[in-house]
Write a protein that binds this ligand. Structure first.
Ligand code: IPE
Ligand code: IPE
Ligand code: MG
Length: 251
């Protein structure tokens, strides 16, 4: 039985988020510049997006560039910013072929006009696709997102659109960049790092976390399947007891 066949299609996570990490180390191991690792990470993006779409996952969010990544050396930032439009050009056919709709979350105003306009055009060109949302987190950080959400909620309170006592979990969720998507049920991080790095802090509240030592440019469909199978063996209790889940007791 192949790994793919071991996946229970009735128990798929609706949304998987990935911290694609380890490109620099992958390149260093080969005596190459860090950017060589980023370039090779594109194959992993293609494989993972295809694997997720083929399985029937609704949303796949990929952490491609964090707010904190602006602190990297200027040349690396430039290489990453030029890689994005090039990748969109080469991968657009993969999106069309697989009926995938491209989306983006983050401080998109911080991207260069050329990068942003290429991205916006690809989002527009693929908006009618319905099989899966491929969401790129670009110049993204959870703190930035939560500050934006707080400002926008505060403005609504100030101008009388919203009462303080009416603020709920849902109010916050609906003011995040991810307002149109369900919360991720599975978070994968590659490269053997065990941290969240300012990614989807609110949305990951009840996600299952999966860490693999594989470096991102080595990540392939089979690695994605392994993560999904692992997820399907977890017991998701949401505060209840194991007995309650098996007896289907409500309270
Ligand atoms: C992840 O790989 C890609 C980005 C953050 C843009 P890294 O560039 O962080 O690679 P390592 O962690 O240094 O190996
Ligand atoms: C997180 O990776 C951001 C992305 C994958 C885009 P980093 O490699 O930048 O994270 P830290 O700084 O090591 O936590
Ligand atoms: Mg890293």
């Amino acid at each position: 039985m192949s790994l793919k066949e071991k996946i229970d299609k009735a128990k798929l996570p609706r949304h998987v988020a990935i911290i694609m990490d380890g490109n620099g180390r992958w390149a260093k191991q080969r005596g190459r510049l860090r950017t060589f690792g980023h370039e090779n990470g594109v194959t992993s993006v293609r494989e993972t997006a295809e694997a997720a779409a083929e399985l029937g996952i609704e949303c796949l969010t990929l952490y491609a560039f964090s707010t904190e990544n602006w602190k990297r050396p200027r040349r690396e930032i430039e290489a990453l910013m030029s890689l994005l439009p090039r990748t969109i050009n080469t991968e657009l056919k993969t999106l069309h072929k697989n009926n995938i709709s491209l989306k983006a979350i983050g401080d998109l105003e911080a991207l260069s006009p050329k990068t942003r306009s290429r991205l916006m055009k690809a989002i527009d060109d693929t908006k009618h696709h319905t099989r899966m949302n491929l969401i790129l987190a670009l110049s993204y950080s959870s703190h930035f997102e939560l500050v934006q959400a707080t400002k926008s909620i505060a403005r609504k309170v100030k101008n009388g659109e919203l009462e303080v006592n009416d603020i709920t979990d849902e109010t916050i969720s609906k003011h995040l960049f991810t307002k149109d998507f369900p919360d991720p049920e599975l978070l994968i991080r590659t490269s053997g790092e065990y941290r969240i790095s300012n990614f989807l802090l609110w949305q990951l509240a009840y996600a299952e976390l999966y860490f693999t030592p594989k470096l991102w440019p080595d990540f392939r469909k089979e690695d994605f399947y392994e993560a999904i199978i692992d997820f399907q063996h977890r017991e998701r209790r949401f505060g209840r007891t194991s007995e309650q889940l098996s007896e289907k007791v409500k309270v």
